[in-house]
Design a protein around this ligand. Sequence first.
Ligand code: VGL
Ligand code: ZN
Length: 209
Amino acid sequence: MRQVVGGRDALVVVDVQNDFCPGGALAVADGDAVVPLINALAPRFAIVALTQDWHPAGHISFASTHGRAPFTSIDVAYGSQVLWPDHCVQGSVGAQFHPALDVPNAQAVLRKGHQPGIDSYSGFREADRTTATGLAGYLKERGTQRVFVCGLATDFCVAWTAFDAADAGWPVFVIEDACRAIDLNGSLDRTFAEFDRRGIQRIRASDLD
Ligand code: VGL
Ligand code: ZN
């Protein structure tokens, strides 16, 4: 479905970081394939924000913190937490944006998951589902009327960012071919069902005029 991009549309580019790309600590298959698409898309948007997964060493989402195996889950104060390999440690090369990501018109970088005891897949709200990151306020003050989301990974940080943008009241579009998924235990199918349920539209980069 064609969408004409206007001056009040925001693009949120989620976690296009070395650790989520091939060779990284939590590599998403083909993750770096989103980079050229995003580089081409971003200049059309007046409002562009990047999110950056940004964890302290010993973060609650790290399997190593708990002496557990990666890709298992534990219960923590705010609910179930998937345990990941150590990734996107603050200041590390893995936490840096992919070197080919070239989005000079990005105006905001939102770092998330910085609290030792709370994860944050969403760019808007931490995993306790109450602590706001400030991104919604930023986008509102910029006059955002619709939110377009792309990046990594479709079924975790892109998904939760899209859910929360919809909860904040914006029409939300996920640019599917500018995303790649982890797909852990059926998470991608569940994500697509949730997009449908919440009225979040899946579009392709070529749908944008
Ligand atoms: C992500 C798992 C852990 C993501 C971040 O960016 O999708 N996934 N931290
Ligand atoms: Zn993370």
